[in-house]
Design a binder for this molecule. Structure first.
Ligand code: CS2
Length: 488
């Protein structure tokens, strides 16, 4: 079987190849974090935009950690297969929007070169919540984050996100070029303002004049991104080969649903992303809140409660009647904390979420979503819990999700097997678990008091007491019984 590449495009089945000639379009976007999510979302939408309206808007991707993707895509001319898997079956398309992927680890110049090039008009990011090194209370750069600390010591050879952006912008300014627009596409609240705060805080520590220039000249629009994309497996590659007739070492699979809501503040233009379904609005924050609280909040509940109850996959957790009742209860409680959004029916959105979680074609691991809880719970669970408390609404769904996270933080299954927590605050969490010695109250109190984690308003009151009681029940009866008891 031939390997996917530009010369193999002609042999693809009807409708699978990009609807344009990739080689005819230059690169205008540098993307940090070229993982499966970016390729299923922004790259796919950019691909549609290029087919509809053209432009020099192809993407140079950057892998900050591993070189695997760069190696897989190089012989494929950046092409890869995206398989959309839904009730109507599987649909493959080859995406031509990525020009190449750069392996950045130990090679900052490979990223800083393109960043300094005025052809790059937008830098986009999906690097996960923990990679930024932002102190959210500012927002400011967090000098205790390992990448930020290393890059403040050596700002012209950075390895982290803030360091790379600031050095890239410094070079643009030094060369007299206009800066690129910075578009954050991670699941963080007010993600544009958050990243701006981190970048300015970093720049201010090394060069206040540069910080002032960035503050005045660089746009940081916010965006809300959504597409459930599990990690690819060997089965993904086999399916891609069956659907396209060519071999692809970088194929990925995703759900049919795709949403991108963006603030339209691009200093030097942008692709026609609306042609690919993106929505442009003046203020993304309410859309972000909806998605973070309803989708991601319920996802985290399902991940923690489901994982401990023995469900490896989200769809399996949704097939458990009691857990699916709790997922729907959570979605409804999250929706109740939101202001009405013009053009959006929150009930219908919630129903659609439950159906997406249950998609039988998508094998999304609860363990994958459970990762990095300390980075996710504030915007997914604690922020809506604060609003619910203020409005006198039921806190129990949020307390249940928090108790499930605390149970997960214990690091062992009910049968006794240990698993890795995979959280950047793992050492602090382990110390709290150790000190609590199996006492539910001590564990909840200790975890919620990790510095900077939980809003003051949630400490020492009903929310904390409820979470502790629920955790005690989970430990006494086991997660399956606790879920069943909660769902009646
Ligand atoms: C998930 C998200 O892993 C997680 O934490 O909740 O990656 C989720 O699948 C996406 O945000 C969906 O758009």
């Amino acid at each position: 079987m031939n390997r996917l590449s530009r010369s193999a495009l002609a042999q693809l089945p009807q409708g699978v190849a990009p609807g344009y000639d990739p080689a005819a379009h230059g690169v205008g976007i540098l993307h940090l974090g070229a993982g499966a999510f970016h390729r299923a979302h922004q790259a796919a939408i950019t691909d549609t935009a290029l087919a509809a309206s053209g432009g020099d808007w192809r993407i140079a991707g950057v892998s900050l950690r591993s070189a695997d993707l760069a190696k897989a895509l190089a012989p494929q001319d950046g092409l890869f297969t995206l398989i959309e898997r839904g009730a109507e079956g599987d649909r493959a398309r080859v995406i031509g929007a990525i020009d190449r992927v750069i392996a950045a680890r130990g090679a900052p110049e490979a990223v800083l070169g393109p960043m300094a090039d005025p052809a790059i008009r937008i830098v986009t990011l999906t690097v996960t919540e923990k990679a930024y090194g932002i102190d959210r209370s500012g927002p400011d750069a967090d000098p205790a984050h390992p990448d930020v600390a290393a890059d403040l010591d050596s700002p012209t050879a950075p390895r982290g996100v803030l360091g790379l952006l600031v050095e890239g912008l410094r070079r643009r300014r030094a060369a007299g070029h206009v800066p690129f627009t910075v578009l954050c596409c991670d699941n963080l609240p007010e993600n544009g303002a958050m990243l701006r705060g981190g970048v300015l805080g970093f720049a201010r520590r090394i060069d206040p004049g540069l910080a002032d220039w960035i503050a005045a000249e660089v746009a940081f629009p916010s965006s809300m991104v959504d597409r459930i994309t599990p990690a690819a497996t060997d089965a993904t590659l086999t399916l891609a080969a069956r659907l396209t007739g060519v071999e692809d070492a970088a194929a990925i699979e995703t759900e049919p649903f795709c949403q991108w809501v963006i603030e339209d503040r691009f200093a030097q233009g942008r692709p026609d992303w609306a042609a690919g379904g993106a929505i442009f609005v003046d203020d993304v924050a309410p859309y972000e809140r909806m998605k973070l609280r309803m989708l991601n909040g319920a996802h985290s509940l399902i991940a923690y409660a489901g994982f401990i109850a023995g469900h490896a996959l989200v769809r399996g957790a949704m097939a458990d009647p009691a857990l699916s009742v709790l997922a729907r209860r959570h979605i409804a409680a999250a929706a109740a904390t939101l202001d009405p959004l013009p053009g959006i029916d929150l009930d219908a959105y919630g129903d659609e979420l439950a159906a997406r979680f249950a998609n039988p074609a998508i094998a999304h691991e609860t363990y994958q979503i459970a990762m990095d809880g300390s980075q996710k719970l504030p915007q997914r669970i604690f922020a809506p819990a604060c609003d619910a408390q203020r409005a006198g609404q039921d806190l129990r769904p949020f307390a249940f999700a928090t108790a499930a996270w605390a149970r997960y933080c214990m690091g062992r299954c009910e049968a006794g097997a240990h698993y890795a927590l995979r959280d950047p605050r793992e050492a602090e969490i382990a110390a709290v678990v150790e000190a609590a010695g199996g006492d539910a109250q001590a564990l909840v109190v200790g975890l919620l008091r990790l510095p900077g984690l939980t809003p003051e308003a949630l400490l020492g009151g009903t929310f904390e007491a409820q979470a502790a009681r629920i955790l005690r029940d989970m430990l006494a009866r086991g997660m399956v019984a606790a879920i069943a008891g909660e769902a009646v």
